[in-house]
Write a protein that binds this ligand. Structure first.
Ligand code: UDP
Length: 385
């Protein structure tokens, strides 16, 4: 019988799905497709309104109500308040979450979403017995306290800063381990050389290439940034990944910019990164981690205030890239970087590689696999959330 792994995630942004798929595929590769059965469950979709619309609202909120999102982060940047908010989410969705538990039996639960872990765990607790539980924290530094549920069996974190926050939230050292953030094995393995990747993608092989991406939902001022870069006449090509933002792709196509190639949601990001010289991106944790493995210098053009602040810090302090939070600053940074020449750019790429944790996904896959072989946990234990 295959081990059934239930991934608690949501399509709010692209990072949660990317993490779950990375762990699932690493497990399948290492332990065999006959032995691992992974299910990705968007727990927001299980909830009642408005929770069930969260994946639809999320890009709008980040684009139009960032101040409110930042305030929510600030107000809950405290373990007790994060627990209270999680308990409220559970209380409002109790019936549906409990039903979810019976409808999705599993040998192990792997949670890759900060806000969904504690409410889901509460639903499991109500059943008297639950599968072993591994939380994989997919924020890098300024991790929301929602991640840290003292009831879980294992909590795998990407950095020392995330580890320290877990301790501050009352988790024990026995529960915790620093593994790095899970990135799909393909980012390490399927990276062809630049010329091959460009030929396969049909891009111009001879001019510098800037890749623009803004999370799974194509958020932020992508068109304005492309226009600011084009205005500098740097003789480069710009590849813009719009993700699930169809309207953005249509607007870019209609604008008909020279040397600008728009894409919708792509499923071969390793190839796109291999083919590029510089990445301009929102400070999403998954994209940053992938780019570091691919050796792609980063210009961070925006960040979600609060939860992504630490990501900026990580990139800048390690000299893996620069923070340029406006279209004009992105264009200026590119002028400087390209003016320094391709050797200097290659040195930046090397520095990005020093931040990479390509083996993290294998460590995490092994942890989840081992947990899947443990006995279900009985709820006689009274660890508080
Ligand atoms: N991504 C993708 N195809 C796209 C756009 C994005 O596979 O067209 C992936 C990207 O490689 C990364 C994730 O979506 O794994 C985005 O995660 P990140 O944490 O950077 O940002 P989020 O979207 O979660 O805010």
């Amino acid at each position: 019988m295959p081990k059934k792994v239930l991934f608690i995630m949501s399509d709010t942004g692209g990072g949660h799905r990317a993490a779950a798929e990375a762990i699932r595929d690493a497990m399948i590769e290492r332990y065999g497709a006959d032995n691992v059965q992974g299910e990705l469950l968007d727990v927001y979709r299980v909830m009642r309104y408005p929770g069930n619309r969260m994946p639809d609202f999320y890009p709008w909120v980040i684009n139009n109500a960032q101040a409110a999102w930042a305030l929510a982060y600030k107000l809950t940047d405290n373990p007790k308040r994060a627990r209270f908010a999680s308990h409220l989410t559970y209380t409002l969705n109790r019936g549906r979450l409990r039903q979810m538990v019976t409808q999705h039996p599993a040998d192990v639960v792997c949670c890759v979403h900060s806000l969904l872990g504690q409410p889901s765990m509460s639903a499991y607790q109500a059943h008297g017995q639950r599968p072993p539980w591994v939380t994989v924290v997919t924020d890098l530094v300024t991790t929301p306290y929602f991640w840290y549920d003292r009831r879980v069996d294992r909590c795998l974190v990407p950095t020392q800063a995330a580890y320290d926050r877990a301790l501050a939230a009352g988790m024990t050292r026995e529960q915790l381990r620093i593994t790095g953030l899970p990135v799909h094995p393909n980012f390490n393995r399927r990276l062809t050389d630049k010329a091959t990747a460009r030929r396969e993608l049909g891009w111009n092989p001879d001019i510098p290439t800037v890749l623009m991406v803004a999370g799974g939902d194509g958020m932020g001022p992508m068109m304005e940034t492309a226009e600011a870069i084009l205005a500098q006449r740097l003789g480069l090509q710009i590849v813009i990944i719009c993700g699930r933002n169809k309207a953005l792709k249509e607007r870019i196509e209609a604008a008909g910019y020279p040397n600008v190639i728009p894409y919708g949601f792509v499923t071969n990001m390793p190839q796109f990164m291999a083919a590029s010289d510089v990445l301009v991106t929102k400070a999403g944790p998954a994209t940053i981690s992938e780019a570091c493995i691919a050796g792609l210098p980063l210009i961070l053009s925006s960040r979600i205030p609060g939860q992504e602040d630490g990501n900026v810090q990580l990139v800048v302090e390690n000299d893996a890239g620069a923070y340029a939070p406006s279209p004009a600053l992105v264009a200026e940074t590119l002028v400087t970087w390209l003016g320094e020449g391709m050797d200097a750019l290659a040195a930046r790429a090397e520095r990005a590689r020093t931040v990479a944790r390509p083996d993290a996904v294998w460590d995490i896959a092994e942890e989840v696999w081992q947990a899947a072989h443990r006995q279900p946990v009985s709820m006689t234990r009274t660890t508080p959330m």
